[in-house]
Design a protein around this ligand. Structure first.
Ligand code: P6P
Length: 291
């Protein structure tokens, strides 16, 4: 039997595979929605971000199809206040369109997902799989499951493997820090001052693309604690946990400044956290700096 699950490991594995394939198969419709729904929606999501019509359309597409999967018990989304439940055993949490503010300038955007054994809000160690899609010059997908990270190119929603063992390069090259110098704490500002003399700046305003830079070239991505907002900007359940699972499966590390992001058990579904993800020595130095 699977850990803390009342279904067989085989059933859990089959459901994870179906979730991944369903998300991949939905990407052509999301890519079309991104082109067709560029306008504002005059609404905000539960954490106060402006919602584009494309955010809502992507959320609708994924919710319908993910909840149709037999083994899925619930669908949680950055775009909606409540978790939608049905029969099944595994729980899916998604950021349907990450970085949608990049839609207007036609920069990178994506989809983030996590498959949990417990219903969100839940601890990151309940993840069975996590991944993200990038709607870039090509549509690509990175998936972490069973300790391995794989990268696929998506063509008409079908996966074609391009890397069957993604790992963070040992020698870091890039860094990307959100929030802006004037909003950082003194501790982070001094850390950032060291890092910016060692690495190249790669910050594009969409976590999926910036994290993929770190997976490709090595380095660190952070949306840190801010003077005015110690909890930072990004969400534990929809961004922190999935990306931590991927980076740690690829030989990197994650932190909230003290511990792995996977150790965080959010009290609320849309809880935020400072987050630091990348090469282990860069995260070690960060945590020493934040003491
Ligand atoms: P800022 C996109 O809106 C997002 O949620 C993440 O994908 C990204 O890393 C961050 O916020 C960008 O925030 O403040 O730089 O616009």
């Amino acid at each position: 039997m699977s850990k803390s699950l009342d279904i067989s490991t085989t059933e859990a594995e089959q459901t994870v595979t179906e979730v991944i394939d369903t998300i991949a198969a939905t990407t052509p419709d999301v890519r079309r929605a991104v082109a067709d729904y560029r306008g504002q929606s005059n609404s905000v999501n539960p954490t106060g971000d402006d919602q584009l019509a494309a955010d809502l359309r992507a959320d609708e597409l994924f919710e319908q199809r993910v909840l149709d999967i037999d083994g899925v018990a619930s669908y949680a989304s950055e775009e909606r206040a409540e978790v939608k439940t049905t029969d099944g055993r595994l729980h899916v949490a998604m950021d349907p369109l990450d970085g949608s503010s990049n839609l207007e300038p036609n920069s990178g955007m994506g989809t983030i997902f996590g498959v949990y054994t417990g219903q969100p809000p839940t601890v990151g160690t309940n993840l069975l799989a996590a991944g993200f899609v990038i709607y870039g010059p090509i549509t690509s997908m990175v998936v972490a499951r069973d300790g391995t990270v794989r990268e696929y190119i998506l063509e008409d929603g079908d996966k074609r493997i391009v890397d069957d063992e993604v790992s963070v390069p040992e020698d870091p090259t890039v860094f990307g820090f959100g929030g802006g110098v004037d909003s950082w704490t003194d501790e982070f500002e001094s850390y950032a001052e060291d890092v910016r003399h060692e690495l190249k700046l790669r910050y594009g305003g969409a976590m999926v693309a910036d994290i993929n830079q770190v997976l490709t070239y090595g380095g660190i991505f952070s949306y840190p604690a801010l003077e005015s907002r110690p909890e930072g900007k990004l969400r534990v359940q929809f961004e922190g946990h999935p990306m931590a699972y991927i980076l740690e499966s690829a030989g990197g590390r994650s932190s909230d400044g003290e511990q792995s992001l996977l150790e965080i058990e959010p009290d609320e579904l849309h809880e935020r956290t400072p987050l630091y993800l990348g090469n282990d020595d860069l995260i070690d130095r960060l945590e020493a700096n934040m003491d």
